[in-house]
Design a protein around this ligand. Structure first.
Ligand code: 8YV
Length: 315
């Protein structure tokens, strides 16, 4: 039986590429020298897209695939998929929520701890011989008992809050409305109020056109010179120029970031700062979680072509 033709937008680990190629005829978009010509040559028969959260599928790609039926995203964020273009043609979209939630929350908390306690610098202090030459490592900042803000009380925000409560932190959150499952923690009506009430601000909300730059100059200044922003969502949720300005002139204390505009390239201004922790968008980057994500990508695709209910539909 002829295998369904699928466009693979970005690379997957080998343990995913094998099963994908067993089930589908895979066209490797990311390896094409001329991607427009590649779609012109193969697009007519492609019925599925397997993409990554940060890569998505834009309207130009979707329009080049007249037989497209489903877009399966390896990631919880589907903001890079043109949902309007998909909806116009009844194309299904799926993502991989839940399986990555706790890893993403773990890394967010780890970033706060690492940056507050100077873990990266402390290892350099040992390895560069400074401990012997210059003595004790400079004192850093306490975390436990401080105030933590969660901007976006979804799955990931909830798991971050649970973890922070275990550090005896006072947790406050903001979302479109109070969430019953989060009634253990204080609700703040808006991001500025939230930022004014916390020392650490976690940005955990899904990226949508409505949330673009939700963390702007006013929220950043409300967080203040002693505050730290931790972003494990999407770069678009923060006005990166306002962030850089505030980090450079001291209106914001520090930032721990796993996502960047234009990643994997990033604004070179970040590299000149010593009050940032920079991470390469790896919040879900564990073997266990990525294997679960890859399987869920395939489970959604197989379910669709077998006429079954989709495990994790977006639309
Ligand atoms: C994914 C992410 O690992 O889940 C998302 O939306 O951004 C990451 O957690 C990434 O999309 C994989 O390429």
């Amino acid at each position: 039986m002829t295998k369904v033709e699928l466009l693979q937008v970005g690379p997957y680990p080998s343990w995913d590429e094998g099963p994908l190629n067993e089930t589908f005829t895979v066209h490797r978009y990311f390896e094409a020298e001329d991607q427009v010509a590649f779609l012109a040559r193969h697009g007519k028969s492609i019925r599925a897209i397997a993409t990554r959260g940060e890569m998505g599928a834009d309207r130009q790609m979707i329009d080049a695939l007249p037989a497209l039926e489903i877009i399966s995203v390896y990631g919880v964020g589907y903001d890079a998929v043109d949902l309007d273009a998909a909806a116009e043609r009844g194309i299904r979209v799926t993502n991989t929520p839940d399986v990555l939630t706790r890893d993403v929350a773990d890394l967010g908390v780890a970033m706060m701890l690492a940056h507050s306690r100077g873990i990266i610098g402390a290892e350099a202090w040992v390895k560069d011989g400074d401990w012997q030459k210059r003595g004790l490592y400079p004192l850093k900042t306490r975390v436990h008992g401080k105030r933590a803000g969660i901007l976006g009380m979804g799955r990931i925000g909830f798991e971050v809050a649970r973890r922070l409560a275990a550090f005896d932190m006072d947790v406050v959150y903001s979302d479109l409305r109070p969430r019953e499952f989060a009634d253990a923690w204080q609700f703040a009506a808006d991001p500025i109020t939230l930022a004014s009430q916390c020392d650490f601000l976690f940005v955990t909300l899904a990226a949508t056109p409505a949330t673009r730059h939700i963390v702007g100059r006013d929220v950043i200044e409300a967080l203040g010179p002693q505050g730290m922003v931790i972003n494990i969502s999407r770069a678009s949720n923060i006005d990166e120029n306002a962030l850089l300005d505030a980090l450079e002139d001291g209106r914001l204390g520090s930032a721990a970031l796993d996502v960047f505009e234009g990643e994997p390239a990033l604004n070179q201004r970040f590299l000149q700062l010593d009050n940032v922790l920079l991470q390469p968008h790896h919040a879900s980057g564990t073997v266990e979680t990525r294997k679960a994500m890859g399987k869920l990508v395939r489970d959604n695709l197989v379910a669709h072509f077998e006429g079954q209910a989709l495990p994790t539909p977006v639309n």
